[in-house]
Design a protein around this ligand. Structure first.
Ligand code: SAH
Length: 546
């Protein structure tokens, strides 16, 4: 290898953005102007023609990238300031890597060798996305379909991986005169993993004279013109069209439940830590004060998207040519709700069952749980309709997640129904209340307690007009145990108040995710009810041969 001699030359590797003056950075302009020589593909040199003064120009063809890089290095070593220009960003399928490769081949080192400055530019993924709306937004990747320098097999692997992992994908170099099959193969691979309805944006010559923007779908994209100057942006599973814009929401499909469906957030409440319970800040803050929160509300993602779109539209920021038969915007959220025939009623009518199926539709899901209820999960942004129809049909809806749920027995089909009003009152006061961890209150109408109230975290057993209260049961796991009987012979009012107080203290004082039985064991006393230490299991001495 030849050692490079010390020289005052400099390589300025410049990304000049999509192609118009407004989107060239200040440093890129300065760098072009301070250079002695411009090395670049003809079309690119023409694009920046108006910025040039008396620079020497080395124009080369599109495919002569390697010789262009070699020439640039040679001139810099002669002591010249050489601008190597790329469209977009020089480090994205541009000249930056090639120039470094040529330098490294020659044994170049940063200290002592020619100076190199890489000047960033706006890459096609960003300029094209801005014309489509906000299709990138979430995790995205770029894939070049050019198999001149990369084996097609490798490209296929990358398309497969990106499609599987639900990345938004920006396809560069999608098609040229000779390379026409790559985009067809790419579409086939993508269709294995993504819906044919997936929104796709085609942007040709972004911010240049012949700019053309098309919104289409994965199955129809090949019906449009795709060429060397096009970037193809494939949406992820949440991307949607709205009024001629292609939008990928910031979050993925979120689950929300009954309380968020009935009380949505006001604008000033959004983006507060409490509205983002999944964030790191929220987790930390929760540790300090979750107990003080009686409810945690989620921002409805569609609201955020709509607000952003409203602003975009108001500013008239986006002009696009839009197809008219585009798919409507898919729901971005999954509504989850527990459905049962009633607090005490365990009989569901065929009509009610049919309605639940109807509400689930083709894309929804119905799960029957060990807690005598159906969990209905429906992709929708308009849960109110569902809530209204199920409620009208006499079904009882409950929130799910870290909330209180009352699990009553069927009161022997109502024969022992004396305690039903008490159960209903507890349901009215506490069901759906947010707590540090899901909390079931078992309520059984007679001393048989056949619905297992005494194994729940809180159990209430009605017995000849009075109530016994049980706390701290654990239904599952290898150390499952029944609850401790902490009070007997309470009146209806006493038991309602006691349970309300116990739940309130648990909600205020438990650690995040701490189940009630652990909380009771830790604090030893809740609302005056004492925890009794369990007896440790002992290993009996077994006679030999037993
Ligand atoms: N360095 C460039 C990419 C060069 S590869 C960048 O960062 O943007 C060439 C590919 O880039 C083209 O085939 C096209 O897919 C994309 N591209 C570059 N400029 C574009 C523009 N103005 N509009 C749309 N696509 C563009």
């Amino acid at each position: 290898m030849r050692r490079v001699e010390i020289s005052k030359g400099k390589l300025l590797i410049i990304g000049f953005g999509p192609g118009n003056f407004e989107h060239i950075t200040k440093r890129a302009r300065e760098a072009i102007q301070e250079s002695d020589v411009i090395v670049g593909y003809k079309t690119y040199v023409d694009l920046i023609q108006d910025l040039l003064t008396d620079q020497e120009i080395v124009r080369t063809g599109m495919t002569e990238e390697v010789s262009r890089a070699q020439e640039a290095v040679r001139l810099a070593e002669l002591g010249k300031k050489v601008a190597v220009i790329s469209s977009g960003d020089a480090g994205v399928y541009g000249m930056a890597g090639l120039v470094y490769e040529v330098l490294i081949e020659q044994g170049w080192r940063p200290e002592g060798g020619v100076e190199v400055e890489v000047i960033p530019g706006i890459s096609a993924i960003n300029s094209c996305a801005s014309l489509l709306g906000a299709p990138v937004m979430h995790d995205a990747c770029t894939i070049s379909l050019s198999d001149h320098l990369t084996p097609w097999e490798t490209i296929v692997k990358r398309i497969e991986a990106a499609a599987q992992a639900d990345f938004v994908i920006a396809l560069y170099n999608p098609r040229s005169g000779r390379r026409t099959r790559q985009i067809v193969e790419t579409q086939k691979i993508l269709l294995k993993y993504r819906s044919p309805d997936t929104p796709v944006g085609l942007v040709k010559s972004a911010y240049r004279d012949r700019q053309h923007v098309v919104l289409t779908t994965l199955d129809q994209m090949l019906e449009h013109d795709i060429g060397m100057l096009t970037t193809v942006i494939i949406g992820n599973m949440s991307t949607f069209f709205y009024e001629g814009l292609m939008i990928t929401p910031r979050g993925y499909q979120r689950k929300y439940t009954l309380d968020q469906a009935v009380q949505e957030l006001k604008p000033h409440q959004r983006l507060q830590v409490e509205a983002e319970p999944w964030s790191l800040n929220a987790i930390e803050q929760n540790a300090e004060n979750q107990a003080k929160e009686s409810s945690t509300k989620l921002v409805h993602p569609a609201e955020l998207a709509q607000e952003a779109l409203g602003l975009l539209k108001a500013k008239g920021m986006v002009e696009t040519s839009v197809m008219t038969d585009l798919p409507t915007r898919p729901p971005v959220s999954i509504f989850e709700v527990a459905v049962s025939p009633g607090v005490a009623n365990k009989k569901i009518t065929p009509d009610q069952l049919a309605l639940i199926a109807d509400m689930a539709g083709e894309k929804g899901e119905i799960e029957y749980t060990p807690h005598h209820q159906f969990i209905l999960r429906v992709p929708t942004d308009e849960p109110k309709q569902i809530v209204d129809r199920l409620t009208e049909a006499g079904l009882l809806l409950s929130s799910i997640g870290d909330v209180v749920q009352l699990k009553a027995c069927d009161f022997c089909h109502g024969d022992k129904g004396e305690a039903i009003p008490t159960a209903e009152e507890i349901h009215r006061r506490l069901d759906g209340l947010h707590v540090p961890k899901e909390l079931k209150i078992g309520f059984n109408g007679c001393a048989m307690a056949c619905y297992g109230a005494v194994t729940e975290e809180i159990g209430i057993v009605h017995r000849r007009g009075t109530y016994d209260l049980f706390l701290g049961g654990k239904k599952m796991g290898r150390n499952a145990h029944v609850a401790q009987r902490v009070a007997e012979g309470m009146t209806a009012d006493e038991v309602i108040e006691a349970v309300e107080k116990v739940v309130q203290i648990y909600a205020e004082q438990a650690h995040p995710n701490e189940r009630f039985n652990k909380f009771f064991k830790r604090v030893k006393e809740v609302a005056g009810f004492q925890y009794q230490e369990e007896k440790k299991p002992v290993i009996p001495e077994l006679a030999c041969g037993d």
